[in-house]
Design a binder for this molecule. Structure first.
Ligand SMILES: Cc1cc2nc3c(=O)[nH]c(=O)nc-3n(C[C@H](O)[C@H](O)[C@H](O)COP(=O)(O)O)c2cc1C
Length: 187
């Protein structure tokens, strides 16, 4: 398995995949490592993950994601959902106020969702799998929520497709490090 540094250096978004399934044991391992190894705001664990492998369901997601071809090709699609419904249920069980039924509840959950998606990404990439994130999730948030049958205050935030890479793209450059300081005069 690659180290974190090797994984980051080797990262490329992958949009062509071999058809090979990912063994369930590897999926379980990656998800468990990510969940237990990622910080969680107030340890609320306010996210859920939906795994899609079924070709019919993948095609429904493909249509909602602007028909991006690689969603059909990749053997695994993971939809990461901000789930402050579960948090609210916990509060209810404890007789506490419904404090998270607001924008803050969404924002805390959405932040955690992005963190867990990156941890899961690193876990798969460290094992030689390729991923591509799908920002199209936000464009069809409501429709994807309905298709996945999510409860209220549980919304999809991001998605990754995962599989064995069938391409070797060049590294895509970023802005130079000096650009990552806020300034009113970026050029
Ligand atoms: C939040 C997020 C959303 C993205 N959405 C898409 C997408 O919908 N389709 C796509 O092909 N790539 C998507 N990407 C991948 C980016 O295009 C890619 O990360 C960027 O071009 C840099 O390339 P690299 O990841 O190979 O370094 C997304 C990446 C992120 C972080």
């Amino acid at each position: 398995m690659k180290t974190v540094a090797q994984t980051l250096v080797g990262h490329r978004s992958i949009r062509q995949f071999k058809p090979d399934e990912i063994p369930q044991s590897i999926i379980d391992e990656v998800l468990h490592e990510a969940v237990t190894g990622t910080s969680s705001s107030g340890n609320l664990n306010s996210y859920s993950m939906v795994l899609t492998r079924d070709p019919v369901r993948k095609r429904q997601l493909y249509e909602l994601h602007g028909e991006q071809e690689f969603i059909l090709q990749a053997p695994l699609v993971i939809t990461f959902c901000a789930d402050w419904y579960r948090t609210r249920q916990w509060l209810k069980l404890r007789g506490a106020r419904d404090n998270f039924n607001n924008f803050l509840g969404y924002q805390v959950a959405a932040n955690e969702t992005m963190l867990i998606s990156q941890s899961v990404t690193l876990g798969f990439e460290a094992r030689g799998y390729g991923i591509c994130s799908m920002g199209s999730t936000l464009h069809a948030m409501q429709e994807i929520a309905e298709q996945l049958g999510l409860p209220e205050t549980c919304l999809p935030i991001t998605t990754i497709v995962v599989g064995i890479p069938d391409e070797r793209p060049e590294r895509r450059e970023r802005l130079p490090m000096r650009a990552f300081r806020p300034t009113r005069n970026p050029v």
